[in-house]
Design a protein around this ligand. Structure first.
Ligand code: TYD
Ligand code: MG
Length: 449
């Protein structure tokens, strides 16, 4: 039994209303509301004798994850793919999502049954890509289809351990009249696929395109539906690509995976600190070590400080937040007693890598002063520490792993907040650790000629 139902859905946030509005009541964006005809189906009344259980009745069989074939991908997933889980992989068109997932599907198929559903490209196009990637596969099937019910039938027929939908915006449920990629289609298709995956213990990876402002196209509600949301991003200049999890029911969301796009597909970068640092000792550049999940990462911070020609000096940043820069400049003015209001200040991290770790403050401050004074910082050094508003250098998380990374990279001096004595003893003879308690001490130590 089906009846037609018309609703109005915001294509930006997914809010549903019963009438048309020019401006969405929820996300306040203009002209995003579109009428969509839904056909209401009678709910499948599935009452499989389910009942509540006590803890001792629930089996605690350990879920065994399987590898995606890439260590970097596994790390972002929280240690591999969880059977029966649904992962949403988002990224701008052309960034390399299909390439990553096809390579991964090939590797997984050596041990598991894999079905790759391509809704955007023909079988021949996938074949051409596959030949380019030049890798082996075993139990990998490719299915080119856009119709949801045919896709579901094929998944049931093959019953794979791992299935890929490339992409969710290209498939449609023909019981609905709205076009593929619209909010209600994306939502309905995802939830049917999600149920199928859970019922049959199939790990499902759904690819979705993101819009220019970085939101996953289609409703935000899609993010609530799936277990894990991963974003694949990079810039158009370099060939590096970053995999980051935004939500993960099975692991931390701080992990990142780093890849490089080559002629023959994606390659993992096993030593990522090397791509964001440039070991030259020049004025205006320092190195900091930030934590990305379980992994420390060395990143350069570059500053350019120039006399301004404007009434309001220019301040721009790439990779750190502009508010942090304003705060650091204010701390320098007050506690190092250097006037910066006549200077423009530009900050950029190595490779534009986005740093959210506040312990990068000290590196930013030293870079600014190094550029201003035109003195290179202490040779072979790294700077770690969050700047307090009163000029003190505050404790940083995971200092031990950060110092270990500096040792591994062959850095000779590291400037850090005060440590526990024992930690300092651990690194004797490996690296010169300079403990400081405020910014003035850090400047005196690292910028004296
Ligand atoms: P693709 O995986 O199709 O992107 P998405 O699925 O995210 O839209 O990647 C497309 C880009 O990747 C394209 O510009 C060509 C480039 N590429 C390579 O550089 N090397 C390769 O081996 C492959 C397959 C693609
Ligand atoms: Mg693609």
């Amino acid at each position: 039994m089906s009846s037609k139902l018309s609703t109005f859905i915001c294509q930006n946030c997914g809010t549903e209303t019963s009438q048309y509005f020019g401006k969405c009541l929820n996300c306040k964006s203009w002209n995003t509301i579109v009428e969509e005809i839904k056909s209401k189906r009678k709910k499948n009344q599935d009452t499989k004798n389910k009942k509540s259980l006590a803890f001792n009745e629930i089996s605690s069989k350990k879920i065994s994850r399987f590898t995606s074939g890439f260590r970097e991908f596994d790390r972002v997933l929280g240690g591999g793919i969880v059977p029966g889980s649904v992962v949403l992989l988002g990224g701008e068109p052309g960034i390399g999502k299909s390439t990553l997932v096809l390579q991964s599907a090939g590797k997984i198929s050596l041990n598991e049954k894999v079905l790759y559903i391509t809704a955007e490209e023909s079988l021949e196009q996938v074949k051409i890509r596959w030949e380019r990637l030049n890798q082996s596969s075993f139990d990998l099937k490719i299915f080119a289809e856009t119709n949801l019910s045919l896709i579901i039938e094929e998944i049931k027929r093959i019953n794979p351990s791992f299935a890929v939908i490339d992409s969710i915006q290209a498939i449609h449920n023909d019981e609905m009249e709205s076009s593929p990629g619209s909010v209600s289609q994306v939502r309905a298709c995802s939830s049917e696929l999600q149920n199928l995956a859970k019922d049959n213990n199939i790990a499902l990876l759904i690819i979705g395109h993101v819009t220019k402002d970085g939101a996953l196209a289609g409703p935000k509600t899609l993010e609530h539906l799936v277990d894990t949301v991963i974003n694949f991003a990079g810039d158009n200049i370099s060939s590096h690509r970053l995999l980051r999890s935004i939500k993960n029911r099975f692991g931390s969301t701080f992990e990142i995976g780093i890849f490089e796009m080559l002629e023959e597909g994606l390659r993992e970068i096993k030593n990522p600190s090397s791509i964001f640092t440039n070991k030259e000792n020049i004025s205006g550049v320092t190195t900091t070590i930030t934590n990305q999940g379980t992994r420390p990462l060395a990143v350069d911070i570059q500053a350019l400080v120039n006399k301004t020609f404007y009434s309001n000096p220019r301040r721009t940043t790439t990779g750190i937040s502009i508010n942090r820069l304003h705060q650091i400049l204010a701390v320098i003015e007050k506690h190092v007693e250097i006037k910066l209001s006549d200077f423009d200040c530009y900050i950029a991290t190595g490779g534009g890598f986005e740093i959210n770790d506040p312990s990068s403050d000290l590196g930013v401050a030293i870079s600014i002063l190094s550029s201003l004074k035109n003195i290179p910082p202490l040779a072979s050094s790294a700077f770690i520490g969050e700047l307090g508003l009163s000029g003190q250098v505050r404790k940083s998380n995971n200092l031990r792993t950060k110092i270990e990374e500096a040792v591994r990279l062959g850095i000779k001096n590291i400037v850090v907040p005060k440590l526990e004595e024992q930690l300092n003893n651990n690194f004797q003879n490996l690296i010169n650790i300079k403990e400081i308690s405020n910014i003035k001490e850090a400047v005196d130590f690292s910028l004296s000629k």
